[in-house]
Structure formats: structure tokens, C-alpha cells
Design a protein around this ligand. Structure first.
Ligand SMILES: Cc1cc2nc3c(=O)[nH]c(=O)nc-3n(C[C@H](O)[C@H](O)[C@H](O)COP(=O)(O)O)c2cc1C
Ligand code: SF4
Ligand code: SF4
Length: 247
């Protein structure tokens, strides 16, 4: 059995994981709630967004915990600039002694849109081109075709510098009067970083900058630096309720 491990805040990685599963078969596991070492599977595929030219905290932390005796493939998705995250991830897996067979890249709509917006036509074009790219990756994995990133340069230094500041982002989040205290943000946060105290949404200091709360609040009440920005992103081809589930 194949295990497809994913981390996702706005559905892109879940979409990639589900499409891979449709072709290759397997069980889907949500990384933040997974506690094993992957040894119950014969093969592992990790599906992850690229964060700051590197990996989200949960994905980075999973890699050293995985069994070394099972082949691993990684499928990274990103909004526009991969910054050598494929080469960085390959090296990380090697250093941890994993049986890493390949790292693949697929472009998906950008969700780091706190200060800019992605034009609708561009988002739609990206969504349109993704299935073909994912199916090609599935075929390569099915054929056992390894894919080793050739590039030498990565932006790893920038990633390692940025990552320790991610938890600070919530200092710039405010919650507008549109909040209806539905508790959705509390439930979807992968680090239990949000609570409602005395009727007010509060953030602690464990944020991993996934932006799930920002994009998925039904009221668009969570704002960055008080900016009144109406665009939020959620992959239209997944069921939102499935984000965060094992499937
Ligand atoms: C904190 C953060 C950092 C990001 N950094 C990058 C980046 O360095 N390069 C890039 O192309 N996209 C970057 N993105 C965009 C995501 O990789 C991309 O939109 C991804 O498909 C989101 O996956 P998800 O919907 O499964 O959460 C970043 C997103 C976030 C939230
Ligand atoms: S999801 Fe939005 S509306 Fe619901 S409690 Fe959180 S901030 Fe308020
Ligand atoms: S506070 Fe929001 S952005 Fe930070 S980890 Fe939780 S859901 Fe993600």
C-alpha cells in the first residue's frame, strides 16, 4: 500500500494528493495529525507546498521521523518561485538517510497573497494546466522514474533565516467586527494557535504561517496589517471539509 502524506492550508496540496491517489492508489494522511514513521506503507509520497523556498514546519519535521526502509517521493507545489526548494528537499532527505527516489515540482495558484492579488485569469490558467502536470508526475512515479534535481543553487539560507520569524506574523493579524465567532479558524489551525476568549479571537505564538485562517474565515474577518482586501483563496476542486483529513 502507498501512503500519500500531505500538508495543506488552502487545498492545493490536497488536490495534488487526491489526483495522485486517483491514478496510483493509496491512502492519504494529513501530516500534522500523523504520529507514525511510515513503515506501515510500501512506498511514501509526500505532497507539500513550498514555503519561503523551503518546506512548511510540519513537513520539515516529518522527514527525520520517517522510516529509512521505504522508497520516498516528494511532490512540491508552489505559486511562482520554487527557489531551489526541490534541490534543498532532496539533500535534506539524503542527509536523513531516506530512500529518496525523486522530487517533482508542480505550479499551483499562489496563496501568499497578504499584500498583493493574483489576477483571476492567471489563477484559472494555473488551475487548468495543473492536472496534466500532476498526471505526468504520477506516470513517472508509477514507472519508477527517479527525478533528482540537478540545480546546485538554492535559497536555503533565506529559508532558514525566515522560518524562525513565521510565528510572528499573527502580530500583524487583526480580526474585524465582521467576525461572527463561529470558531472555524480555531478548528482548522494546524497548531491550535487560535482560541476565542471572552468573545474575541486570539492568537498565541505557535503560528506556522499556513494562512489557513486568513483565507478560510467565512467572513474574511482576519486581516493583515489592517488591509481591507477582499480576495481570499481556496482550491475550487477540493471539498474544503476534507482539508486536514486522512482520506
Ligand atoms: C508562508 C508561505 C510561503 C510561501 N512561499 C512560497 C515560495 O517561496 N515560493 C512560491 O512559489 N510559493 C510560495 N508560497 C505559495 C504556496 O507554496 C502555494 O500557493 C501552495 O500551492 C499552497 O498550498 P496549499 O493550498 O496546499 O496550502 C508560499 C505560501 C505560504 C503560505
Ligand atoms: S473563522 Fe472568522 S468569523 Fe469565524 S471565529 Fe474565526 S475570525 Fe471569526
Ligand atoms: S494562526 Fe492561522 S496562519 Fe497561523 S498556523 Fe494557525 S491557521 Fe495557520
Amino acid at each position: 500500500m502507498r501512503g500519500i502524506f500531505y500538508f495543506s492550508a488552502t487545498g492545493n496540496s490536497l488536490y495534488v494528493a487526491q489526483r495522485l491517489r486517483n491514478t496510483l492508489g493509496g491512502d492519504i494522511r494529513y501530516i500534522p495529525t500523523y504520529t507514525g514513521d511510515g513503515s506501515e506503507f510500501e512506498e511514501i509520497i509526500i505532497v507539500s507546498p513550498i514555503y519561503s523556498f523551503g518546506l512548511p514546519v510540519h513537513v520539515y519535521d516529518l522527514i527525520p521521523k520517517l522510516t529509512k526502509s521505504v522508497p520516498v517521493w516528494v511532490v512540491l507545489n508552489y505559486g511562482g518561485m520554487s527557489g531551489g526548494a526541490d534541490a534543498f528537499t532532496y539533500r535534506l532527505c539524503k542527509e536523513q538517510g531516506l530512500d529518496i527516489r525523486g522530487i517533482y515540482l508542480v505550479k499551483m495558484p499562489e496563496n501568499y497573497t497578504l499584500v498583493f492579488s493574483v489576477p483571476e485569469f492567471y489563477k484559472n490558467a494555473t488551475l487548468k494546466s495543473a492536472p496534466k502536470a500532476i498526471d505526468k508526475i504520477a506516470a513517472q512515479i508509477a514507472a519508477g522514474e527517479g527525478c533528482i534535481p540537478k540545480r546546485k543553487k538554492t535559497k536555503e539560507a533565506q529559508y532558514l533565516q525566515n522560518r524562525p520569524t513565521w510565528h510572528l506574523i499573527v502580530k500583524d493579524f487583526t480580526v474585524s467586527g465582521d467576525c461572527i465567532r463561529c470558531g472555524k479558524c480555531v478548528g482548522i489551525c494546524p497548531t491550535e494557535n487560535i482560541s476565542i476568549v471572552d468573545g474575541k479571537v486570539q492568537f498565541a505564538d505557535k503560528c506556522v504561517l499556513c494562512l489557513g485562517c486568513y483565507h478560510r474565515c467565512p467572513q474574511k474577518a482576519i486581516r493583515y496589517k489592517e488591509k481591507i482586501k477582499s480576495d481570499r483563496y481556496l482550491n475550487p476542486n477540493v471539498r474544503e471539509a476534507d482539508i486536514g483529513k486522512d482520506l
